[in-house]
Design a protein around this ligand. Structure first.
Ligand code: AMP
Ligand code: ZN
Length: 116
């Protein structure tokens, strides 16, 4: 599903430019425009889901695939051994700003221990 007003739907459809580093029929991965670490990638489903709250059992294989892609990107970007963090901010209190489900992949430096 494509949401016209959604910036990540627009990125997935290449209607606005971004540094896309991986794409398949289900997912797109691109560089975060305001990186918080030397490696800061975003991985999203192409089809619009607002947040983790919209994920249902029918998305299980999609989410499994997405995590597998994140694991491969961590290797490709050289942080698999040094370590990395995967974050999905959900809703206002979770700090979610963009309303299209996305997974941050952060690494390349020692990240702060606190997550909350
Ligand atoms: P969140 O707070 O989890 O919703 O994070 C949204 C992330 O999307 C932030 O880290 C932003 O820097 C990033 N972002 C917003 N717009 C763009 C864009 N056009 N291209 C790449 N990253 C973006
Ligand atoms: Zn969207």
């Amino acid at each position: 599903m494509y949401h016209e007003d959604c910036i990540f739907c627009q990125i997935a459809q290449r209607k606005i430019p971004s540094e896309i580093i991986y794409e398949d029929d289900k997912l797109v991965a691109f560089k975060d425009i305001r990186p918080l670490a030397p490696v800061h990638l975003l991985v999203i489903p192409k089809s619009h889901l607002g947040s983790l709250n919209d994920v249902t059992p029918e998305h299980e294989s999609l989410i499994g695939h997405l995590l597998g892609v994140i694991r491969r990107l961590a290797q490709e970007f050289g942080v698999a051994e040094t370590g990395y963090r995967v974050v999905t901010n959900t809703g206002a209190d979770g700090g979610q700003v963009v309303g299209h489900l996305h997974f941050h992949l952060l690494g390349g430096q020692a990240l702060e221990a606190r997550i909350g």
